[in-house]
Design a protein around this ligand. Structure first.
Ligand code: SF4
Ligand code: ZN
Length: 373
């Protein structure tokens, strides 16, 4: 006897990974979409009239995100102006192919698409960066630049918010990674559904409680057009271990992903723990927790042929460069000792517009959008 769907009279064709419910296709689609609607409503993620940029990489998460955002916007009358925003990192054989998928998605979902590229923003492609720095730390560069590129693209489009396809599995992995690294600052904010409220553009994760397995199932049964090849430069090291560890935990305790997220949400940081303070980059005026933001440091390193400048918090290369900067700023500031906000020379990639990036590490996977590394 075929099993009946838990939501209607039809036969069930799948078992939901999250709840174990046996459902037909239509009831699964409805449950999946309405849970995301519930997440959006409970966290009051959007207000009517807002322009929301969907970070679109062509991968399964962002494709399903664009699809469900469009459905929910229409079904529940959110009143949002949705746009697709993609970042071209300049990775031949990977991003060029995935961007073709995004272009098809643009037609399929009838949403406007904007693509910003590292080459046009920084004068560097990831192919060129990897040629200079090799395959170690490439994701740190890529993550910092992507975060800034998304912000700059969204600001150019007049967006009020950015949404990314980070799912429950990604967030649980990030909690574990931050615990293992002892990174209290990131641990505190990595479970937040909205980040960046202190900066220029808030970033939201409507899939915060959505399981990866269900996203794959949804894309499969809806026959969505997505790209599933891994980046050719992906080292997959630390995150890969966290992922394998959680998969093992899930075998013993199926609720592990949600349990880890809840644990992360419930952690509070002791008052005497020193947290990074938010300030603005003295070069580009963008939000940063150091005098010079990580994007500016990295770009300077690349342009000077000293790429290690941007890696590690207190690397001696960086200290040396900061001393040089101090000297420069004394000259540039007409001798009054204050540093000009932006050099305007476009070296930091900000074109003097004060839009340079933040200090998010590329490997945090929390909210750089697109890639999970
Ligand atoms: Fe960039 Fe992701 Fe590729 Fe690393 S794996 S180089 S972060 S796209
Ligand atoms: Zn900067």
């Amino acid at each position: 006897m075929p099993r009946k769907c838990g939501g209607c009279d039809k036969n069930a064709i799948l078992k939901r990974p999250k709840t174990g419910d046996a459902l037909c296709k239509e009831c699964f689609f409805w449950a999946f979409e309405e849970e995301i609607h519930h997440t959006i409503e409970s966290a009051k993620l959007f207000s009517p009239g807002e322009t929301v940029a969907i970070g679109a990489s062509g991968g399964k998460d962002s494709t399903v995100l664009a699809h469900t955002m469009k459905i929910l916007n229409e079904r529940h009358g959110y009143g949002l102006n949705l746009i697709l925003l993609s970042v071209d990192e300049g990775i031949t054989g990977y991003r060029d192919d995935s961007l073709e998928t995004v272009k098809r998605n643009q037609q399929q979902y009838d949403l406007p698409l904007t693509i910003v590229s590292y080459e046009e923003l920084y004068g560097w492609t990831m192919d060129a960066i990897v040629k200079q720095i090799g395959l170690k730390n490439n994701c740190t560069f890529c993550g910092v630049f992507r975060r800034q590129a998304l912000d700059r693209g969204a600001m150019k489009l007049g967006a009020n918010k950015i949404v990314t396809g980070h799912n429950a599995d990604d967030i649980a992995e990030t909690v574990i990674m931050n615990v293992l690294r002892g990174d209290i600052a990131r641990l505190q904010r990595c479970t937040a559904i909205t980040t960046g409220t202190e900066g220029y553009l808030p970033r939201c994760k409507p899939f915060k409680y959505t399981y990866e397995k269900e996203i794959v199932m949804y894309a499969y049964f809806k026959k969505l057009d997505y790209f599933s090849t891994e980046c050719i430069y992906s080292p997959n090291a630390y995150r890969g271990f966290a992922r394998a560890y959680i998969k093992d935990l899930e075998k013993i305790r199926p609720s592990s992903i949600i349990d880890i997220i809840h644990s992360g949400e419930s952690l509070s940081v002791k008052k005497d723990v020193r947290m990074p303070t938010q300030t603005v980059c003295t070069r580009c005026n963008f939000i940063s927790s150091n005098d010079v933001c990580k994007a500016c440091v990295m770009l300077e390193g690349l342009n000077k042929g000293r790429p290690r400048l941007g890696i590690g918090k207190l690397h001696k290369e960086r200290r040396k460069w900061e001393e040089e900067l101090e000297e420069q700023s004394k000259i540039l500031s007409n001798g009054d000792g204050t540093t000009p906000l932006c050099c305007g020379g476009g070296k930091c990639g900000a074109d003097g517009g004060g839009e340079c990036g933040t200090d998010e590490g590329g490997e945090c996977g929390t909210d750089s959008g697109g890639c999970k590394n």
